[in-house]
Design a protein around this ligand. Sequence first.
Ligand SMILES: [Zn+2]
Ligand SMILES: [Zn+2]
Length: 201
Amino acid sequence: NCIICFEEVTAASGFSNEDESSSRVVMLSQCKHYFHDECIFACVQSKTSEFLECPKCRTLHGIKTGNQPEGTMTYVVQNGMQIPGFNSTSAIVITYNFRSGIQGPQHPNPGARYHANAFPRVAYLPNTAKGQEVLRLLQIAWARSLIFAIGRSSTSGADNVIVWNDIHHKTEWQSNYSGHGYPDPDYIKRVTEELHAHGIR
Ligand SMILES: [Zn+2]
Ligand SMILES: [Zn+2]
């Protein structure tokens, strides 16, 4: 069955007005799932960016981009920082910075102000081969505007603020008071999966 309209793929689309073209079926190129032409087209039209997530298996087709506002991402490799749980004696220190501004048409409240609270924010990775690979993926995520978004802060409840966009970062490197620190042996694996889920490889 077409999981968008729940009709069989051999029958007409539930979105249609019963003309002949409405029973046309398309297969997505990456995951090979079938949908009615009209049903998947209705999904694409409801999005603002040039990608489609398969409604059945969530495989991304095209490039997913976010609504992160203008800002900067910089990093340095800092010697003498041994992150607990890794044997590298240096760390990758990433700094994100934003200024407050006015929301554009791609944001939740166009024309309203958005606020850059608690910036710059600093995140840490071990300077290992896998840590460097996560940095590479984060740089792609940054270029695609996926690391931050404008939305509601889960800590303060405030709207129209710049928030993390479900790619987890470590904001403490030798402690874990916030729950976003080290040691965390599975972190590299988890954040890599989070980046893959956004289509970043
Ligand atoms: Zn359908
Ligand atoms: Zn699929």
